[in-house]
Design a protein around this ligand. Structure first.
Ligand code: OSB
Ligand code: MG
Length: 369
């Protein structure tokens, strides 16, 4: 494949309800999208960077910079026969996984479409539908959160994940457990604690949680290993797992027993598939994380989550969980059994709502070979 053009487009979407984590509150997303074209076929990817470096060091502005000044010139100047070629062309550039992922995603969509295959089929996915859970943000009061939990359980979601932080943790989990005594329940701290909180966190062992996600610093595997040794509950790493080698290290050190894979966080399909296989070889389950994606990123997540070792429900909620209107013509829905269908059409398998996309576009730039 010789790419004829790469477009970067920023769109603006407002959340139906603010979403609060230990690192901040989100009301809206500016979403950078990547469109590639070759031989009249297009492919779409999404970049999950935020406007502030709160989840990771990347931002929309750093992504735009490395795409425009480094990555896009590297891709437009050579033939690319597979997504591994995209990864190889970008490997000498350090970091910037979210920006790299946007390119890998668009290329994967284009490559699968040009072979008339779904991405699911192209990567060896085996599921038609994937089990899903929902991530619920920090609320003003515990009763408000309990209402959210029960409303989402009623919609079919198979697992509830609660965002926690110091001051919004043990009491919150206890109240939710009382209202939701037997269902799959987990918490996500987004790095809000330190090893000095180990004893406090051990109180969570009483609630039969599926996992505690990323309790400690994003760049600390050693303290996570010490914490995991003293916890019955499994630790799942998110922010810390930036590539497949980090996953191998975390499992070797005992820093976690589970891993959440986000294609954006790890730089794209090449590393995501590597993490999937590494975890499978270690007998560690994986699940598909989310970053408040619009329909394009969500479609990629569904294709990824169709792989066999994605054995726990993913953070792949219905389009309407975050967006009043999605950028695809048929929004994703969660069935009563708590699953979402994996698209079977070519590439990501969804149709983009171009009129709506144009309406919400705030910036667009095209680069030609
Ligand atoms: O840590 O998993 C996370 C959202 C934004 C940034 C980080 C995280 C999240 C979520 C929501 O938990 C996932 C989703 O529903 O897309
Ligand atoms: Mg997380």
């Amino acid at each position: 494949v010789r790419l004829s053009s790469i477009d970067i487009r920023l769109i603006s979407l407002t959340l139906v309800r603010p979403f609060e984590t230990s690192f901040g509150r989100m009301d809206a997303r500016v979403v950078p999208l990547v469109r590639m074209e070759a031989d009249g076929v297009e492919g779409w990817g999404e970049i999950v960077a935020d406007d502030q470096p709160l989840f990771s060091a990347e931002t929309i502005t750093t992504a735009r910079h490395v795409l425009v000044d480094c990555f896009i010139p590297a891709l437009l100047s050579r033939p690319l026969s597979s997504v591994e070629d995209v990864a190889a062309a970008l490997r000498r550039f350090k970091g910037h996984q979210m920006a790299k992922a946007g390119l890998e995603l668009a290329f994967m969509d284009l490559a699968a479409r040009s072979r008339d295959l779904s991405i699911r089929t192209a990567i060896g996915g085996t599921r038609d539908r994937v089990p899903v859970g929902v991530s619920l943000g920090i609320e003003k009061t515990i009763p408000t959160l309990v209402d959210q939990v029960l409303a989402h359980v009623a919609q079919g979601y198979q697992r509830i994940k609660l965002k926690v932080k110091p001051g919004w943790d043990v009491d919150v989990v206890r109240a939710v457990r009382d209202a939701y005594p037997t269902g799959l329940l987990s918490v996500d701290a987004n790095t809000a604690y330190t090893l000095a909180d180990a004893e406090h966190l051990r109180q969570l062992d009483a609630f039969d949680l599926l996992m505690i996600e990323q309790p400690l610093a994003h760049d600390d595997m050693v303290d996570h290993a010490a914490l995991q040794r003293g916890l019955r509950t499994d630790i799942c790493l998110d922010e810390s797992i930036v590539h497949a080698r980090a996953a191998a290290h975390a499992l070797a050190l005992g820093s976690c027993r589970l891993i959440n894979i986000k294609i954006g966080r790890v730089g794209g399909y090449t590393e995501a598939l590597g993490i999937h296989d590494t975890c499978q070889a270690h007998g560690a389950p994986v699940w598909c994380g989310g970053m408040l994606e619009c329909g394009i990123g969500r479609a990629h997540n569904l294709a990824l989550a169709s792989l066999p070792n994605f054995s726990l429900p993913g953070d792949i909620s219905a389009s309407k969980r975050y967006w009043a209107r999605d950028v695809i013509t048929k929004p994703f829905e969660v069935a009563a059994d708590g699953t979402v269908e994996v698209p079977t059409g070519p590439g990501i398998g969804v149709d983009i709502d171009h009129a709506f996309l144009d309406e919400i576009t705030i910036e667009q730039r095209q680069f030609r070979a």
